[in-house]
Structure formats: structure tokens, C-alpha cells
Design a protein around this ligand. Structure first.
Ligand code: BJW
Length: 245
């Protein structure tokens, strides 16, 4: 077993997740044939320029996705739950960095969690930066409760050309981890797609868990392929066995 040869229970773990981990919960990925980008153009809905020129279209796109996330059928799956449990099992500590804007990791029990591309359940004011929790629609006619400006409220998500969140904390964790695991992400979007090289350059062992080989699969020392609800719990079981020895 290769994993066992390369890490010890005192090694900190950094896990990066993408849309593939939420697919079996009923949420679409972005770049699969039935994904979000098959129906919407990135430049129409996921850039600051799109929000500036057509805020109603952008807000409508995210209002629909927020409503979908609130559907009672959308629940954390076995992969989310396994990662939530790993935090209590692994002596070296686990940091979960997700590109996903859904709330399924938190609902699956993860607490040491960074949403590097933001959170759909939060609203931010583009004028004053005020951040509020809320699951309702955002409309252009709304007024910011803090600065009182109209039309500046937007979903707290990171669009193309914007800086992902908590990059300093992520960089520090990548420099210090003994194991880096990438789950359910295609490796198309930077800076997340570069984390594997960053971790590996600092000496971490690197593993990809995905439905199929991602764009950057050759950058990983080990890969396991299949649906997240099968391969993630199996991987966590292996780590648990390692922690108990
Ligand atoms: C399963 C499965 C199952 C399916 N089980 N697996 C040229 C070179 C390098 C970089 C750039 C460049 N030009 C521009 C850039 C930067 C740009 C970028 O990377 N562009 C690329 C397209 C090239 N990046 C940015 O702009 C980022 N910011 C940045 O770089 O800031 C620095 C900076 C800023 C300003 C000035 C100067 C510097 C920001 C990126 C923001 C991305 N935002 C989105 C939308 C967020 C909100 C929303 O959700 O709507 O984030 S885009 C979208 O892609 C979303 C995702 O988080 C992200 C990644 O997608 P993910 O998760 O990988 O999904 P998929 O669909 O691609 O893959 C799913 C995978 O799951 C597949 O592999 C499946 O096989 C697998 N799978 N079923 C297991 N059951």
C-alpha cells in the first residue's frame, strides 16, 4: 500500500475538493457534459464585468442555484460525511479547502473548512464589503443594510478575475502538510489547480481521487478513480487504519 509508506499519523493533511464531490448529492458540476457551463456562458454569469453590465441575469443565475441548494433532496453524501469524520480521527489535523459554494461540507460535519470561492448562502455588498448570512433571493432593487447603497448586493462568490479567499492561510497549510488530496475537481481553474505542485514542492505526498483522471493527473503521485461516494469513504477508512496503528 503506497499511502502507508509515505505518511505518518502526525502529518497534517490538506484536502481540496471540487464540484465532483457534490455531484452524487444532486448538484451539477461545471465542465461535465451536463454541467453548468454547458448551459451558461462563463462571461455572462461568472465575471465582475457580467455583474456590472447585466446584474439581473447574474443575480437570477445565482438565485436559482441558491434555491436548488435549499431543496430538501440535496443532502451531504457519504463522501462529505467521511471527510467530516476524518477531522476527529486524524491526529495530525485536517484542513479542508473547497472550491464549492454549496454548504454540504459543513452539513457533512467538516469544521476546519475554507470556502476559497465563497459561499452561496452569504450576501456581500460590492460597495462597503458588508457580509450577511441569508438564503433568500438577491435583487438589484435591494439596499445594503450597512452603507444604504442600492443595487450593490451580490452573492459572496469568487468570479473569474477576482482573488480567491484566504490564500495566505491556504499557502501556509500547503507548505506544511504531509499529505495533499484533491477530490472531484477537473484541475481547470487556478490557483486551485496549482496547489498540488505547491504541496509537492514542499515535500507532501499527493493523491487524486476523482471519477476519472483530471487535467493534472500526472502531477499526483497516486490516483484512485470512481464515484466520490465510494472512493472517498474507502480512502478515509485507510487513513483511520493508519491512525490506529
Ligand atoms: C466526479 C464525480 C463523482 C464528476 N465523483 N468525481 C491562464 C492561465 C492560468 C490562470 C489563468 C489564465 N487565465 C485566467 C486565469 C485565472 C483564472 C483561471 O483559472 N482561468 C482558467 C479557466 C484558465 N482564475 C481566476 O480568475 C481565479 N482568480 C485568480 O486567479 O485570482 C488571481 C488574480 C486576480 C486578479 C488579478 C490578478 C490575479 C478565480 C477563479 C474563480 C472560479 N470561480 C468559479 C465560479 C464560482 C462561483 C460559482 O460556483 O458559480 O468556481 S468557476 C467554477 O470552476 C467554480 C469551481 O469552483 C471551479 C472549479 O471547478 P471544479 O470544481 O473543478 O468542477 P469541474 O466541473 O471543472 O470538475 C468536476 C470534476 O469532478 C471532474 O473532473 C469530474 O470528472 C469529477 N466528477 N462526478 C467524483 N461522482
Amino acid at each position: 500500500m503506497r499511502l502507508r509508506e509515505h505518511i505518518s499519523p502526525s502529518d497534517p493533511i490538506v484536502i481540496l475538493t471540487g464540484a465532483g464531490i457534490s455531484k452524487e448529492s444532486g448538484l451539477q458540476t461545471f465542465r461535465d457534459p451536463d454541467g453548468v457551463w454547458a448551459k451558461h456562458k462563463i462571461e455572462d454569469v461568472a465575471t465582475p464585468q457580467a455583474f456590472a453590465t447585466n446584474p439581473d441575469a447574474v443575480l437570477g443565475f445565482y438565485n436559482l442555484r441558491r434555491a436548488q441548494m435549499g431543496d430538501p433532496e440535496i443532502q451531504p453524501n457519504a463522501a462529505h460525511a467521511a471527510l467530516g469524520a476524518l477531522e476527529g480521527i486524524w491526529p495530525g489535523g485536517v484542513l479542508l479547502v473547497t472550491q464549492n459554494i454549496d454548504d454540504l461540507h459543513a452539513r457533512g460535519g467538516s469544521r476546519n473548512l475554507i470556502h476559497m470561492h465563497g459561499e452561496l448562502a452569504k450576501t456581500r455588498c460590492n460597495a462597503c464589503g458588508d457580509l450577511t448570512e441569508g438564503v433568500g433571493d438577491i435583487e438589484t432593487a435591494m439596499v445594503c443594510g450597512k452603507c444604504s447603497v442600492t443595487g450593490t448586493l451580490r452573492p459572496h462568490v469568487v468570479w473569474f478575475g477576482e482573488m480567491p479567499l484566504e490564500m495566505d492561510r491556504i499557502g501556509g497549510a500547503l507548505a506544511n502538510c504531509g499529505l495533499f488530496v484533491s477530490i472531484g475537481t477537473s484541475g481547470n481553474v487556478y490557483p486551485a489547480a496549482g496547489f498540488v505542485e505547491e504541496a509537492r514542492n514542499h515535500g507532501a505526498y499527493t493523491v487524486e481521487l476523482n471519477l476519472e483522471e483530471s487535467l493534472g493527473a500526472s502531477l499526483f503521485q497516486e490516483g484512485r478513480y470512481g464515484p466520490a461516494t465510494e472512493i472517498v469513504p474507502a480512502f478515509v477508512n485507510e487513513l483511520q487504519a493508519l491512525a490506529q496503528n
